[in-house]
Design a protein around this ligand. Structure first.
Ligand SMILES: N[C@@H](CCC(=O)N[C@@H](CS)C(=O)NCC(=O)O)C(=O)O
Length: 204
C-alpha cells in the first residue's frame, strides 16, 4: 500500500499502526517546506491537502481514525476492543484527539486557517501551551494510561496519543508534569514499531 506521510505530523500514528500490524507499505514522504501537500499531483490523492493518505485496494483512505481502524480490521489485529462499550469509550478518546487535542496544536503553525490578521495569529500561537496543557491534563485525569490509554490492552488510540505527545515539547508543554502521560510516551517510544518509524525519518 502506498502511504503518503510527512515528518512530525499525525501520519506518524498510521506509520506505527502499519508497523504494529506488519502490513506491507510503501512510504511516500511529502516535504511540507516545499508545499508538496498543496501541489496538484497530491490534490488528486487527497483534495484536503493533508496527510495521512493510504492507497488501498478499495480506494484512497484519509483521516487517521478511519485508517487506524481499517488497518486493524484488514490485519485481523485486536487493537479495537470487542466489547461495544469499551470500543465506544476508545472512540470517544479518539474523537477528542482529532477534534480538540490536534486542533489545539494546529493553532501554533496553522493559524492562517482561522484568521487573517497577524495579531490574531500571534494571539492564537501564544495560547497553545495553555490549551495543549489543558488537553494533557484531561487525558491524564480521564484515561486509564495504565499503561495504555484504555488500560491493560493496547488499542489504536495509543499510537495516535503518542504522536500528539511528540509535539508537546515544541508546543511549550513539559510532559513530565503529567506522569501517566509521560510514562505512556516512554513506553511507546521503546516499542519496535516506533523505532522503525523513527528510522523512516518521520519522528524528529
Ligand atoms: N483529521 C486529520 C488531520 C490531518 C492533518 O491536519 N494533517 C496535517 C499534518 S499534522 C497536514 O497534513 N497539514 C498540512 C497543511 O496544513 O498544509 C487526520 O487526523 O488525519
Amino acid at each position: 500500500m502506498k502511504f503518503f506521510c510527512a515528518k512530525a505530523t499525525v501520519s506518524i500514528a498510521t506509520a506505527i499502526m502499519l508497523e504494529e500490524t506488519e502490513t506491507d507499505y510503501d512510504p511516500v514522504l511529502l516535504n511540507f517546506a516545499e508545499g508538496d501537500q498543496l501541489k496538484p499531483e497530491y490534490q488528486t490523492i487527497n483534495p484536503k491537502g493533508r496527510v495521512p493518505a493510504l492507497v488501498t485496494d478499495h480506494g484512497i483512505l484519509t483521516e487517521t481514525g478511519a485508517i487506524l481502524e481499517y488497518l486493524n480490521t484488514i490485519a485481523g489485529a485486536s487493537l479495537v476492543p470487542t466489547d461495544p462499550w469499551a470500543a465506544a469509550q476508545m472512540r470517544a478518546v479518539m474523537y477528542y484527539l482529532a477534534s480538540t487535542f490536534h486542533v489545539n496544536h494546529a493553532h501554533r503553525m496553522r493559524g492562517a486557517r482561522w484568521a487573517d490578521l497577524d495579531a490574531s495569529r500571534v494571539d492564537m500561537t501564544a495560547k497553545v501551551p495553555e490549551t495543549m496543557g489543558q488537553s494533557c491534563a484531561y487525558v491524564e485525569e480521564n484515561c486509564a494510561l495504565s499503561p495504555f490509554v484504555m488500560g491493560t490492552d493496547m488499542t489504536v488510540a495509543d499510537p495516535w496519543l503518542y504522536t500528539i505527545c511528540t509535539w508537546l515539547n515544541g508546543d511549550g508543554v513539559d510532559i513530565t508534569a503529567y506522569p501517566k502521560l509521560a510514562a505512556h510516551f516512554d513506553m511507546m517510544n521503546a516499542r519496535p514499531s516506533v523505532k522503525a518509524v523513527r528510522d523512516l525519518g518521520l519522528i524528529p
